[in-house]
Design a protein around this ligand. Sequence first.
Ligand code: GLN
Length: 475
Amino acid sequence: MIDVTTLSIAEARKKLDAKEFTAVELLLACLANIKAKDADVHAFLEIYADAKKQAERADVMIAEGKATTLTGIPVALKDNMCFEGHTATAGSKVLEGFVAPYDATVVAKLKEAGAVLIGRANMDEFAMGSSTEHSVYGPTKNPLDFERVPGGSSGGSAAAVVMGAALGSFGSDTGGSIRQPAALCGIVGLKPTYGSVSRHGLIALGSSLDVIGPFGKTVGDVEAMFQVTKGKDAMDLTTVDTTDYPSVLGDVKRIGVPRTFLDENKLRDDVRANFDAALEKLKTLGYTLVDIELPYVKYSVPTYYVILPAEASSNLARFDGVKYGYHEEGGDLIEDYFKTRGTGFGLEPRRRIMIGTYVLSSGYYDAYYNKANAVRRMITKDFNTVFEKCDVIVTPTTAGPAFKLGSKTNDPVAMYLEDIFTVSSNHTGMPAMSVPSGTVNEEGKELPLGVQLIAPHMGENRLFSVGKKFLGETE
Ligand code: GLN
């Protein structure tokens, strides 16, 4: 039997090519794990009925010598990516029954590579959240402890990898939704440079912040998934030419530590000790640690909660009960809209639509939205300045390990603060990656934590290089 919970994509590639097992057998091993575990974890909203057909096609590609890195590799997709002929709901009732009429660019690239798209992973409704508890289809649980959340909003994608349901997965990251669940589940998660991966076919949350990125067990796996999915796309005019990737930026020698920012966000002693141990390890690996200051970074979360709701309220305006999915009949068209939106959206999207329309309304636009954008530019300036002194920045990914289900659902601000370390990279568009940094003990359980590495725009190769050394990966 293939042990998918420990197998990396790189190892699977070798074994598939050496005919030690077939893509169909690998898929069946994943499906067996799903059958055994997903009743508890609930990482999936659907297992694609054509997964086996895809695996058979991959086996043909392998037999014909046409295999590339992801051929025959089972991969899970977050429920906000369009896969032609398949349902996509973004974890929301308002998209119930919506079948994608086309492929997202990322999906098209994965299909061309012969990856096996295994299923649709659960997520917070419209990617709003940090625990996957805001999914209308019920929460996902952390496979390492069923009383705890897997993080969010891409919690299903992270859980799928940990439980051995897929070798890799894709999520979207608007404020931390790949890095935070990666940290809470003990795996690697990459938020690429804004515009390096096409958003075409991604159900939008905040268009100036959203990026699609991979989850994997190793940095090498995440790098492989990034390489297959990145690139300029005529269907997304914000994409950048990545032909020169990953050779744009050179070696990493100096790693910046934002000490003041860390001190301002008093970490628990054990979390601080875990981070300090990571710093020591980086020193042992030969890096020079430099103290850096990011004076505006403390405004990242408040700035995000003006810009994000503004963009979300505008993006969600299209869900009116006419064009997509769910419909509630009213006396006239306006009443149709009110009824559909009033019952189709959950609490968190409604809260953000209200905040968003408020900050965009005339009279408040300058005071809130424009002001937030000005602060966003100051945050970006901070990072640009600091990258003259260091090559990569390191922070904890989160202020603590996976928390208990239900412990933050009634306190939106506590939930929002989960992204305190991650959200600034969405403001700046810079790439950032979470790598596992060991565990802390809570109530007798070892719970994973992660450290976050941040690089300048197009600096993914720096993240991969430091991340691999940090995890002791040799290839
Ligand atoms: N937790 C943040 C939010 O609720 C970020 C979500 C995300 O990155 N999609 O908006």
